[in-house]
Ligand binder design. Structure first.
Ligand code: SAM
Ligand code: DTB
Ligand code: SF4
Length: 341
């Protein structure tokens, strides 16, 4: 690393997020895209060392959060997100379903809890939920919360009042990903824009619900665009409490089915850079674990990942078996825990 790089990196070390700021406008830019590119460009051992130091300042590095996902309303989505098997625009073999009943969701949540999950995330393939959908999800949230699980929902764009209804039902986190950098976004999704996503995140933040927002890498974005995604997330004020980093799951029938796989070390670097720029966030090693292998996952934990999706399925695609995850953590001498920053 050159002195110039080191200086750039040091100069842009983030200040503490201001917890009282209600909007998510990236007003006080803490991280330039260049500073983040400089992190990505560090020699791998230097980058991981930096990320580990920051991780250890805030978390026990041996603990990993287990969050279980459930698709409560699958497929038939009017959006055209190029990676997504649930979009009605692509023929992926995913069958559209109605919303699940409360007792079915509760059963799945109890099973997730019994298996060791501490957080339960309910996903729905909507562009934006209707008011009555939000009311129904609110019932699911309060029932799941009643089991003693942390709750999370990802339902698409929220309108006025939706976040408040979910908050009042006991929602802890709302997941809405920025997905990629602003300048690559239009290559992947045409049915809504970046500002729509930022507006939903602001609604969530203003309602006092914790923000879960991350993205997908391996969609053909450039190095700079990968850095651009992290810059957008890290410059949110405050940055998200929870940051899922997904490795594209290439699904037959989607426009990205034949995308060349990302160098796995680049994925590890993305985790490390997310950890450095968002020190107190739960950084989740999200989609793509099944394709990744144990060694790369272990490197992700060393790079600062402290959360995984736990359960045999993500929303429509596979995830490692619960026993495989328990075995992996055991082999690494690590354990399940809900990390607190
Ligand atoms: N419809 C809602 C929305 O888009 O916000 C919620 C569900 S959507 C499936 C949640 C996130 O899953 C997406 O924003 C994207 O980041 C991730 N995702 C979807 N398909 C994926 C894939 N094939 N590989 C990796 N991540 C994916
Ligand atoms: C997130 O960032 N990843 C999860 C969750 N948030 C909702 C979803 C991953 C979906 C992978 C493709 C599928 O299973 O359909
Ligand atoms: Fe619909 Fe969400 Fe999939 Fe986009 S990512 S197509 S909004 S389910």
């Amino acid at each position: 690393m050159t002195l110039a790089q080191e200086q750039t990196v040091t100069l842009h070390r983030p200040r503490k997020p201001v917890a009282t700021t209600a909007t998510l406008a990236p007003a006080a830019q803490r991280w330039s895209v260049e500073a983040i590119e400089a992190l990505f460009a560090l020699p791998f051992p230097e980058l991981l060392f930096k990320a580990q130091n920051i991780h250890r300042e805030h978390f026990n590095p041996t603990q990993v959060e287990f969050a279980t996902l459930l698709s409560v309303k699958t497929g038939g989505c009017p959006e055209d997100c190029g990676y997504c098997p649930q979009s009605a625009s692509f023929d992926t073999g995913v069958t559209a379903t109605k919303m699940m009943e409360l007792n079915e969701v509760l059963f799945a949540a109890q099973r997730a809890k019994d298996a060791g999950a501490t957080r339960f995330c309910m996903g729905a393939a909507w562009r934006t939920p209707k008011d009555r959908d939000v009311e129904k999800v609110a019932e699911l949230v309060s029932a799941v919360k009643g089991l003693g699980l942390e709750t999370c929902a990802t339902l698409g764009m929220l309108n006025e009042g939706h976040a408040e209804t979910l908050r009042d039902a006991g929602l802890d986190y709302y997941n809405h990903n920025l997905d990629t950098s602003p300048d690559f976004y239009g290559d992947i999704i045409t049915t809504r824009d970046y500002q729509d996503r930022l507006d939903t995140l602001a609604r969530v933040r203003n309602a006092g619900v914790k923000v879960c927002s991350g993205g997908i890498v391996g969609m053909g974005e450039s190095h700079r665009q990968r850095a651009g995604l992290i810059a957008e997330l890290a410059n949110l004020s405050p940055y998200p409490e929870s940051v899922p980093i997904n490795n594209l799951v290439r699904v037959e029938g989607t426009p990205l089915a034949d995308q060349a796989p990302l160098d796995p070390f680049e994925f590890v670097r993305t985790i490390a850079v997310a950890r450095i720029t968002m020190p107190k966030a739960r950084v989740r090693l999200s989609a793509g674990r099944q394709q990744m292998g144990d060694a790369i996952q272990a490197l992700c934990f060393l790079a600062g990942a402290n959360s995984i999706f736990y359960g045999d399925k993500l929303l429509t695609t596979g995830n490692p078996d619960t026993q495989a995850d328990l075995d992996l953590l055991n082999r690494l001498g690590m354990s399940r825990g809900a990390p607190e920053a």
